[in-house]
Design a protein around this ligand. Structure first.
Ligand code: ADP
Ligand code: C5P
Length: 233
């Protein structure tokens, strides 16, 4: 890590439509007096080949191989070293990245990485300070997903209902059972009810503030080793 760079990395996992993004937005809102950025694992979905695109309904977007994890690790590595990065922008309607636009992410006090499989890869797992799992019942998630995919991800109701009937049962649910749920054991904090759980979010924000505050103290009193060892996780 470059001298003087201190970043709190927070990772938020959970099933599809569990409320991960909502929880992250609430944390960011409460930390308005700090520089906080959100990086979505979705940004690192691989683009489909022409053949895969033709048979998109047979593609498993919930399998770890659907993500370019090497690129994600490279991004995290750069942010850790205090370099800004260009994060791809993913188009859920076209199932591919926007080829010309990127989102610039600058070094910040807190970097939050959110996604269904951010606990899955050990290398990604080991880069973070705090791991949060948003735990929401499967039926609630499915209902939210149908609504979200029609309103926010450009899908028509029929395709979403078809997706719910076929893809959810074929890919989304098995991948949740095989990859997402087993990774819950790595969480430091499990939030039942997602964004409705204000107590959990307040406690998480308080913890992040404590870590950032201890770091500021160490900047003022660099020789106080006892404080330094407390904040370095
Ligand atoms: P994720 O990032 O886990 O996929 P989101 O936070 O994007 O989940 O939430 C999925 C959908 O559910 C969104 O449309 C969001 O507005 C809605 N949603 C999230 N949390 C709640 C909640 N507590 N109550 C009602 N709707 C919610
Ligand atoms: O935001 P959320 O965590 O729900 O995003 C992950 C979900 O997006 C996955 O469950 C996957 O099925 C879905 N997805 C999709 N179309 C894509 C890429 C991912 O429906 N092109």
């Amino acid at each position: 890590m470059a001298e003087g760079v201190y970043v709190q990395f927070v990772r938020v996992s959970g099933g599809t439509a569990s409320g991960k993004t909502t929880v992250c937005d609430m944390i960011i809102q409460q930390l308005h007096d700090h520089r906080v950025v959100l990086v979505n694992q979705d940004s690192f979905y691989r683009g489909l080949t022409a053949e895969e695109a033709k048979r998109v309904h047979e593609y498993n977007f919930d399998h770890p191989d659907a993500f370019d994890t090497e690129q994600l690790l490279e991004c995290i590595g750069k942010l850790k070293c205090g370099q800004s990065v260009q994060v791809p922008i993913y188009d859920f309607k076209k199932h591919r990245r926007c080829s010309e636009s990127f989102r610039q992410v600058n070094v910040s006090d807190v970097i939050i990485l959110e996604g269904i499989l951010v606990f899955h890869d050990q290398r990604v797992r080991n880069t973070m300070n705090m791991k949060i799992f948003v735990d929401t019942d499967a039926d609630v998630r499915l209902a939210r997903r149908i609504r979200r995919d029609t309103l926010e991800r450009g899908r028509d109701v029929n395709s979403v209902l078809e997706q719910a009937r076929l893809l959810y049962a074929k890919f989304v649910k098995p991948a949740f059972d095989d990859f997402v749920l087993p990774s819950k054991k790595y969480a430091d904090v499990i939030i039942p009810r997602g964004g409705d759980n204000h107590v959990a979010i307040d406690l998480i924000v308080q913890h992040i503030r404590t870590k950032l505050g201890l770091h500021d103290l160490c900047k003022i009193y660099p020789n106080v080793n006892v404080i330094q060892s407390t904040f370095q996780v």
